[in-house]
Design a protein around this ligand. Structure first.
Ligand code: C5P
Length: 236
């Protein structure tokens, strides 16, 4: 496989073409951002942590029958993925109140929700990724009714598998965000990454944060925390 031109530089990843049209090359960067990019820092070692954590999680999900865009990890910081058209939605699943849910609805962080909920945010930096509902998704022609149903089902299925996976390494899955895309046949496929950048992970015994809230909230050094998550996941 040959690495081609860069086609996209995101906040924490850079995407390259390859000599195969349906395959892209991703590099995980040593960059941390928060507040939609307003807070931004170089964090040496973060790229390889997230690449390893995401790769391992996508492999475990595939074993459980949940396909994703992930093909293979090709180095500490790089993966090959299937090219998909990303649907401009941030799909958030919440098991416990935290973050924007707690702020918006005045529910204390850590309160368990009676059942997991799925939320949609419209992926648009200029608009600051606004919270939208199913009807907005239809009206803005982001996805069809059938796709919305499928995306919600997929998000809840991913939640069930991730809850089990993290519980087995003594981590409580508070909430997380996934992105989905359409492959060349129009099938919905899990995409992007699943890492401490995109999940809220609390230690089951201490409720210590094992995720990007360390950086967002200036709670300390991010690398030892991500290393802890990687070490625990590597025991699986
Ligand atoms: O900030 P909020 O509470 O809405 O975040 C919910 C979940 O989605 C958190 O796990 C957070 O890490 C993730 N998220 C993300 N990327 C964003 C916004 C939220 O990964 N742009």
């Amino acid at each position: 496989m040959e690495k081609g031109n860069s086609i996209y530089q995101g906040k924490a990843k850079e995407l390259y073409l390859t000599n195969q049209p349906e395959v892209l090359w991703v590099e995980y960067l040593d960059q941390a951002t928060a507040l939609n990019g307003v807070k931004k820092d170089k964090v040496v070692g973060k790229g390889q942590m997230n690449n390893q954590i995401t790769s391992k999680i996508f492999e475990i999900l595939a074993d459980q029958g949940i396909e994703s865009h992930f093909i293979e990890k090709i180095s500490n910081t790089e993966q090959l993925i299937k090219a998909v058209d990303i649907i401009p939605l941030e799909v958030v699943v919440r098991n416990f109140a935290a973050g924007s849910f707690s702020k918006r609805l005045n529910v204390e962080e850590g309160v368990e929700l009676p059942f997991p909920i799925v939320e949609f945010y419209y992926k648009d930096d200029a608009l600051d990724d606004p919270f939208i509902n199913d009807m907005h998704v239809r009206v803005l022609d982001i996805a069809s009714d059938e796709e919305v149903k499928e995306i919600k089902e997929l998000a809840l299925k991913v939640n069930e598998e991730l809850k089990k996976l993290f519980a087995s390494v003594n981590i409580k899955l508070i909430d997380f965000k996934i992105e989905v895309g359409r492959d060349s046949q129009g099938n919905i496929l899990l995409a992007d990454e699943i890492s401490p950048d995109t999940c809220r992970l609390w230690d089951m015994d201490t409720n210590d944060h094992l995720d990007k809230d360390i950086y967002r909230r200036d709670l300390g050094d991010l690398i030892p925390v991500y290393e802890e998550v990687l070490n625990r996941i590597n025991t699986l």
